[in-house]
Write a protein that binds this ligand. Structure first.
Ligand SMILES: [Zn+2]
Length: 71
């Protein structure tokens, strides 16, 4: 799986969320929202809602990550 951007981070906690984003995408369930650019199957824009675990077990919250999946 190749993502653009290749790195996702919580702007609040600076937690690496890349693995969570990939997990959601690998599930291959219906994404929250595909943007309109669906014509090229090779590059699919995506938008997923990720739960940031927060810090030390507190402050978990959801945030939206979006990017382009090229493979
Ligand atoms: Zn966070």
């Amino acid at each position: 799986m190749i993502l653009d951007p290749s790195f996702y981070e919580c702007p609040e906690h600076h937690t690496d969320l890349t693995g969570l984003v990939q997990e959601v995408l690998e599930d291959d369930g219906p994404p929250v929202a595909y943007l309109r650019l669906r014509k090229a199957a090779a590059a699919r824009p995506f938008q997923v809602i990720i739960t940031c675990p927060g810090v030390d077990g507190t402050g978990a919250h959801q945030l939206t990550c979006s990017g382009i999946r090229t493979k």
